[in-house]
Design a protein around this ligand. Structure first.
Ligand code: SAM
Length: 330
């Protein structure tokens, strides 16, 4: 008997393998019976990070970040004219099983479940930052998308995957798993943006702090093992390689700030401005300090200088949001 256990009752034997994400329910993972370790955090440079995501995901999961994710959801739906997706699913059509991969605060999954009461929606994430009370047709699970998925093959009529570009290390494998678990005739929609590049139609981006920010951020991400050159053509080719057909790219311009003249674009740019106020730091702080050799002060100065240019609208930068949609052949 081990000295530590002397005098204590023998430990019961459990033949199931250990998982950080274990629950009472076998392979059906649920937030209702999480082990306490999954709720542990680490603090770094004043931000709170999910402990189990260490070495895997470099953005915080604290309240400020959760607020930003909810604001970003509002930004996306505003950008898409109120729509939640580009896949050809009608408002009156309820795909039976839906997965929101890397759901974050779960806000997209909840909106989808509300709009499609006949769908069963699963929001999956590394971190348990979703609300405990959900609609009856929406549930949240904790697991790692880069491990072997426990769902049945051909299960989901629709998989939605948004803003995982700073998360997924092996896109090809991830997309192959998406394909395996999509039902024949079902859709995968990947929503992403470039990580190391901003667009600009005049010369204001050249030599700017925003350019320095995006370039430095991309370099640090690459050092962290993230594919920083991610773009819509790469995603389209990778979806096709995984087996999806009818792959379409929908590219929507997202202004970085309220500099556009067009009223609708100005409004979107203003919402994005709000999101960038905490978003620049949320994206860059950990990767620039851990992989770019910067101090926290230097990383914050990089973000601060870039944000000033968004504030004063001196740089006319924009990004593309790419919705890449593919269908699994019947
Ligand atoms: C930038 S957030 C986007 C959240 C959500 N998709 C949205 O658009 O609002 C990325 C999310 O992916 C989660 N994530 C990162 N790596 C993951 C992984 N390997 N498996 C599951 N979730 C992951 C993070 O915990 C975080 O909540």
């Amino acid at each position: 008997m081990s000295a530590i256990l002397a005098g204590e009752a023998a430990l019961e034997v459990d033949n199931t393998p250990f998982s950080d994400y274990e629950s009472d329910g076998g392979s059906e993972l649920s937030t209702q019976s999480l082990t306490s370790s999954i709720r542990e955090h680490v603090y770094e440079n004043g931000r709170r990070y999910h402990r189990k995501s260490a070495g895997q995901y470099y953005m915080p999961s604290d309240e400020a970040e959760q607020d930003r994710l909810d604001l970003a959801h509002h930004l996306f739906t505003s950008l898409f004219g109120g729509d939640l997706y580009k896949a050809p699913i009608g408002d009156k059509e309820d795909p039976a099983n839906v997965l929101d991969a890397g759901t974050g605060t779960g806000v997209w999954a909840l909106d989808f479940g509300d709009l499609h009461p006949g769908s069963q929606v699963i929001g999956l994430d590394l971190a348990p930052i979703q609300p405990e009370w959900t609609f009856p047709n929406v549930k949240f699970e904790c697991d790692d998308l880069e491990k072997e998925w426990t769902y049945k093959p051909n299960y989901f009529q629709y998989i939605h995957s948004r803003c995982l570009s700073t998360s997924i290390k092996d896109w090809k494998r991830y997309l192959r798993q998406c394909f395996k678990h999509t039902a024949p005739g079902g859709y995968l929609e990947v929503v992403e943006h470039s990580l190391n590049h901003l667009y600009c139609d005049d010369d204001t981006l050249e030599g700017s702090a925003l350019k320095k920010y995006i370039t430095t951020f991309g370099e640090c991400l690459a050092k962290a093992g993230i594919y920083a050159d991610l773009n819509s053509e790469y995603l389209k080719a990778s979806l096709e390689e995984a087996g999806f057909t009818n792959v379409k790219i929908y590219a929507t311009k997202l202004p970085w700030g309220s500099w556009p003249k067009d009223r609708a674009a100005k409004r979107i740019g203003a919402i994005n401005h709000l999101q960038l106020q905490s978003g620049l730091e949320a994206h860059a702080l950990m990767v620039c300090t851990q992989f770019g050799g910067m101090t926290a002060e230097e990383a914050r100065a990089l973000c601060h200088d870039a944000l000033k240019e968004v504030d004063n609208r001196s740089v006319h930068a924009y990004n593309y949001i790419w919705n890449v949609v593919g269908q699994k052949p019947v």
